[in-house]
Write a protein that binds this ligand. Structure first.
Ligand SMILES: *[C@@H]1O[C@H](CO)[C@@H](O)[C@H](O)[C@H]1NC(C)=O
Ligand SMILES: *[C@@H]1O[C@H](CO)[C@@H](O)[C@H](O)[C@H]1NC(C)=O
Ligand SMILES: *[C@@H]1O[C@H](CO)[C@@H](O)[C@H](O)[C@H]1NC(C)=O
Ligand SMILES: *[C@@H]1O[C@H](CO)[C@@H](O)[C@H](O)[C@H]1NC(C)=O
Length: 535
């Protein structure tokens, strides 16, 4: 090649080629569950496509991950003392509380119960962590693996400690922490409570005075709670390392945070150079439907279809709710595909079909999709945004109500209350979402924002993981805020100094003025005195 006659250009080309792809990178992936795992898989697939080795830590107690599932990545198994039954019991108890019991409870009871649940959850997670950290054979294998990066969802505790022990960079992939506590307190992400609503508070970025007050107090109370919850983890880490260790400080060393939202879903807010917003990682174009489903969809004619799911966690609902829902669905001209694992409701109409599983993404991407009835999980919301389908939210628990507030504020959804809605409410809302053009227009706007970016979210996530491997971390993106005390961060020491100087100057001024005035007045008095004496 002629260009290569000049050595510097040649070297540059080799460098560029090296930068475009790092072959043979070695990625270790922390275990995850549920929608988090569904979200992560496409990223792992892409990493494999690009020639990296991917190894996933797999606990022997897992609901969603299985070594027998055909995949192109390797599993590194570890044992936990938790039984499948214990795990399932924990999950079911939480769901029952979140969906049914909590509606009859006072705030204080809900709070007490949540605290108990979270404590149980942390204890459960630390037992998972035991299976990795305290197993010499697993740790030895991880060391031998010579990994270039650890990719982890921080809601599963412990990855920061393992990254530290293996001395490798760490990339977090996170949907949210309550009131952004982890991002703010450990990642130093700025989030002014005046316009950044805390996750789960169900507010938008336009807050009245009362709402700003709630948001402020929400941040403050969650910070205290988080500090209290994290104490157990700090204790565990401290015991393991034999020296005082803070989980939050360790998380402060995370190289890149891949946040699974984007400005189509989230409200604009300040962020740091090592925070990347990659919402919609798992979205992809629709594939053809299975024949039986395609025929049913085609039979809908001009009216189109409604896709309905309450998520992968909720398998069945009470007979009363199922009947309320089914009788509303029976009254629309659309064909309805309902993912539901419970008993067939008596009021089910002939236009509605129940499936144990539906190809949700392919249905939403079908030209006949008119509306999506969803529990408001971010994965489903993102698929609807990707394909531009207006939503009707029936949020159940966790971040779902808060997520739907976002989409409702952006004009692409109506929201109903699961426990109190009646058939007529559901019917009205569904008709509105389908026939009122503003919903379709809003979701199409979100969709074009979603698609109009330099890299797809998945490619962006993969890029930053490769970036971290190539550069052996991303410390250069880490703000110095991590090394400041709270009063330095808020410049309180500077303000204190300036105030003191100001006060001192004012005092001096007042004093010297007083002195002057005193002198002047004294002189006139003296003059008066001498005048009167003279008289
Ligand atoms: C997990 O436990 C099984 C026995 O229950 C044992 O055969 C296996 O080696 C253990 N795996 C690890 C990684 O310790
Ligand atoms: C996982 O492995 C541990 C240790 O071998 C064992 O006690 C436990 O029952 C296993 N759990 C499951 C779900 O197989
Ligand atoms: C769901 O089904 C299980 C068993 O099939 C049952 O025990 C449970 O009560 C059902 N839940 C609801 C809410 O109906
Ligand atoms: C910031 O703190 C970390 C550990 O807390 C330390 O390793 C690093 O050297 C500090 N950086 C600077 C610039 O002081």
């Amino acid at each position: 090649m002629r260009l290569c006659e000049r050595p510097s250009v040649c070297a540059l080309m080799v460098l560029c080629a090296a930068a475009v792809s790092v072959h043979g990178g070695n990625v270790l992936v922390w275990y995850t569950e549920g929608s988090h795992w569904i979200n992560l898989k496409p990223v792992l697939e892409t990493l494999v496509d690009k020639g990296h080795g991917v190894t996933v830590l797999l606990p022997n107690t897992s609901l969603y991950m299985s070594a027998s599932e055909p995949s192109r990545y390797r599993y590194e198994p570890f044992n936990t003392s938790i039984t499948m039954d214990g795990f399932d019991e924990f999950l079911q108890a939480f769901l029952h509380f979140a969906i049914y019991e909590s509606t009859h409870m006072s705030y204080l009871q809900i709070f007490a119960r949540l605290v108990e649940q979270i404590n149980m959850d942390i204890e459960l997670q630390l037992r998972y962590l035991d299976g990795v950290l305290k197993s010499p054979s697993v740790m030895a294998k991880l060391r031998e693996g010579r990994y270039d990066v650890l990719l982890a969802d921080p809601i599963y505790v412990g990855s920061e400690m393992v990254a530290e022990m293996l001395d490798i960079p760490l990339v977090f992939t996170l949907r949210f922490s309550v009131a952004h506590t982890m991002e703010r307190l450990c990642g130093q992400l700025p989030a002014p409570p005046s316009f950044v609503p805390g996750t789960l508070i169900k507010l938008t970025d336009r807050m009245s005075f009362g709402e700003r007050l709630s948001n402020f107090l929400f941040y403050a109370s969650q910070d205290m709670l988080a500090a209290w919850f994290w104490k157990d983890i700090d204790g565990y880490y401290t015991e393991y390392r034999g020296k005082p260790t803070s989980m939050c400080e360790m998380i402060g060393r995370v190289d890149i945070w891949l946040i699974r939202t984007y400005w189509d879903f989230d409200f604009p807010r300040p962020f740091l150079p090592n925070f990347k917003f990659v919402g919609g990682i798992h979205c992809r174009p629709a594939k053809p439907l299975p024949q039986e489903i395609e025929e049913f969809v085609q039979s809908s004619g001009e009216d189109g279809i409604v896709v309905f799911t309450l998520g992968s966690v909720i398998k069945n609902i009470s007979a009363d709710r199922a009947n309320v829902i089914a009788s509303a669905l029976a009254q629309v001209p659309q064909k309805v595909l309902w993912r539901y694992g419970g008993k067939k409701p008596e009021t089910l109409g002939s236009n509605t079909r129940i499936y144990n599983w539906i190809p949700q993404n392919d249905l939403l991407g079908h030209p006949k999709a008119k509306a999506f009835i969803t529990h408001g999980g971010t994965n489903g919301i993102y698929e609807a945004i990707y394909h531009g389908v207006p939503m009707l939210g029936i949020p159940m628990f966790a971040d779902q109500p808060d997520n739907m507030v976002h989409i409702e504020a952006k004009g692409a959804a109506r929201v109903l209350h699961y426990n109190t809605m009646q058939s007529q409410d559901l019917l009205d809302a569904l008709r509105t979402v389908i026939h009122e053009p503003s919903y379709k227009e809003s979701v199409m706007r979100l969709s074009s924002i979603h698609h109009d970016r330099p890299l797809s979210p998945r490619d962006e996530a993969v890029f930053w993981i490769e970036f971290t491997m190539r550069n052996k971390g991303a410390r250069h993106l880490r703000v110095q805020a991590h090394n400041l005390t709270w009063y330095q961060y808020h410049s309180l020491d500077v303000i204190l100094l300036l105030l003191s100087v100001g006060l001192l100057l004012t005092l001096l001024l007042v004093k010297s003025c007083g002195f002057c005035v005193g002198r002047c007045c004294g002189r006139t008095r003296n003059m008066k005195n001498s005048k009167s004496k003279a008289e």
